[in-house]
Design a protein around this ligand. Structure first.
Ligand code: FE
Length: 188
């Protein structure tokens, strides 16, 4: 799926959310890149929320949360949000879950946060945006405007678009830090 992960003062896009226990409490895991400011802030706050994006998701939500850092901007000022227990969640989505961190596991480039679900609400009954659907249709979903006949490169991990004839030698994705081999060359 495609989710906005948020905490006090930070938020980002994630695709790695799993329910790992159906018991009481429900446990949710989410993997977050260590370079991500949201990772740092969840460690500090010990709380996070997951907003579940639907098939009609506003491109602005993905662009705001996926292609920027919360170090540089207040992402929550750019989209409609609702405050739940002090954490902003996305308003135009299927719904959210709020979690308290119960375990933090180091996983090389990422941190696996395990949270106990403490709250949830549903806003609509649309179909969930899947990661595959997003990958296959991201040019349309993101409404990326490209000039005909021009070469561009798309990050196969996060969808970031680099406009240009050639990727620089030591290029890494500025958003998800994927290496240049993970970029797909395209032409409109
Ligand atoms: Fe990327």
């Amino acid at each position: 799926g495609m989710y906005v992960l948020s905490t006090y003062g930070a938020g980002c896009m994630v695709d790695t959310v799993m329910q790992i226990s159906a018991g009481d409490p429900v446990l949710i895991s989410v993997a977050v890149n260590k370079n991500n400011y949201t990772n740092e802030m969840i460690k500090k706050n010990k709380k996070f929320a997951i907003s579940i994006l639907d098939m009609d998701v506003d491109a602005n939500i993905i662009k705001t949360f996926g292609f920027n850092s919360s170090r540089d901007m207040n992402k929550f000022a750019k989209v409609d949000t609702i405050e739940v227990d002090g954490i902003e969640v996305i308003k135009n989505c299927i719904g959210y879950m709020t979690c308290e961190v119960v375990n933090i596991i180091d996983a090389d480039t990422h941190t696996l946060f395990i949270g106990k679900m403490v709250g949830a609400d549903k806003f609509n009954y649309k179909k969930q945006m899947t990661y595959n659907y997003y990958q296959e249709n991201k040019d349309d979903i993101l409404k990326i405007e490209l000039e005909n006949g021009k070469t561009f490169y798309v990050c196969t991990i996060c969808g970031y678009v680099y406009k240009g004839e050639e990727l620089p030698e030591d290029f890494v994705c500025p958003i998800c830090f994927a290496s240049r081999e993970l970029f797909e060359k395209k032409m409109k």
